[in-house]
Design a protein around this ligand. Sequence first.
Ligand code: NAD
Length: 499
Amino acid sequence: MQKIGHFIGGKHVEGTSGRFADVYNPATGEVQAQVALASQAEMDAAVANAAAAQPAWAATNPQRRARVMMKFVDLLNRDMDKLAEALSREHGKTLPDAKGDVIRGLEVAEFCIGAPHLLKGEFTEGAGPGIDVYSMRQPLGVVAGITPFNFPAMIPMWKFCPAIACGNAFILKPSERDPSVPIMLAELMIEAGLPAGILNVVNGDKGSVDAILDDETIQAVGFVGSTPIAQYVYSRATANGKRAQCFGGAKNHMIIMPDADMDQAADALIGAGYGAAGERCMAVSVAVPVGESTADALIEKLVPKVEALKIGPYTAGNDVDFGPLVTKEALGRVKGLVEQGVKEGAKLVVDGRDFSLQGYEDGFFMGGCLFDNVTKEMEIYKTEIFGPVLSVIRAKTYEEALDLPMSHEYGNGTAIFTRDGDTARDFAARINIGMVGINVPIPVPIAYHTFGGWKKSGFGDLNQHGPDGFKFYTRTKTVTSRWPSGLKDGAEFSIPTMK
Ligand code: NAD
């Protein structure tokens, strides 16, 4: 059985705790590897390595740090197929989707090539007589990232690329369900010229997360995962004096106005609702058609499309729309929620629960499910299902539709499909959600903008990547300087003002 250890101080390190977690091939249901779960001593070793390497890295000029990112981008492109295959094998998503996972991370690495410009400070000449004031952005030191299973390439890169480009050393604690790609990324960073110790990957579970949260050297924690854990990580990290940004779960609504292009809206819902088996924090899980005739037309278009979804293993190549769920537990949970929706009285117009694939009977597959007549009191509406299940909730008016995402506890993404600019503009202005699509179903911002949800989808002040990433991983130091010619006066006893 393949054993996956850690990557500390630029080297592969075997796990010594004696504790392991199974890593599945979700398409076959087989355990394909075991990942080591780190002990406190292993986390301490990673932090010590990072702390020892960080000052020299911070003193390396930003242009040279950016060149490592440049080379890293080349290497990601060189190894794209290999990375995508390893990713699909552990996660289950299709190969084109796995490449998208890598590319969305690569784009943030590209953005980080601009570090020299992004790290430039501010300068005021002559703020007072002979006085100049300047501010600089300095790295925090050792920082950490804790990431989820559903984007094992993209989210680690969203964390470590800006952190490292800013001059920090990084401890990555990836998901224990698909740990191979994060280690491959760390190997590529070393090949790109990153000094040993600046990027460490420590595999583990809650024990390793708590070790990060309580470590006195680690200055900041970036987390992505489910909301209860995001809230827990945020509370414990900040109580320990760390900077934290923690992104959580979602329930993303797409509103379909009567004037929308119905074919376009239905296609958008199929891709955004069922792509990656719904295991995306930006998946659309609730469709809100406005008006009965819009709803009827939408259901009529959706049903055959959901029934025609092609589900299979990533090895089937491009001829698959989505793959299996990540684990047997995830499959059981999603099926359980579908059952609950039926009991609560929602109309299950397409039932994919009995889907089975010849030769892959033990894989964690299920077909697409479509619910109509969902109401906001139902559990399937309140909970993040994280599976290939789309709920249609009918609204009579635009205001009634708008109120649904507005009053939902999550605030990650949302979309509106309409041909009316006035409605779209009103929606974008009033909605209390972090990322908004107008005729775009999955509005994941491009790397040079920032990504982050509102309400229970995000805890902390700054978003991920874009300029916010550089702000999160640096702190400002402001220097007020006066040269000797200005020191001839006597002591000053009142607070200095810049007269
Ligand atoms: P998860 O919360 O189970 O795990 C995330 C990380 O936390 C993993 O590294 C895991 O090892 C660790 N962890 C798990 N349980 C823990 C505990 N009790 N104490 C401390 N650490 C713990 O999430 P997941 O299932 O890997 O990922 C899916 C979730 O992530 C979904 O809710 C999805 O919406 C969310 N997500 C959010 C975003 C976003 O940007 N908002 C992006 C991707 C995924």
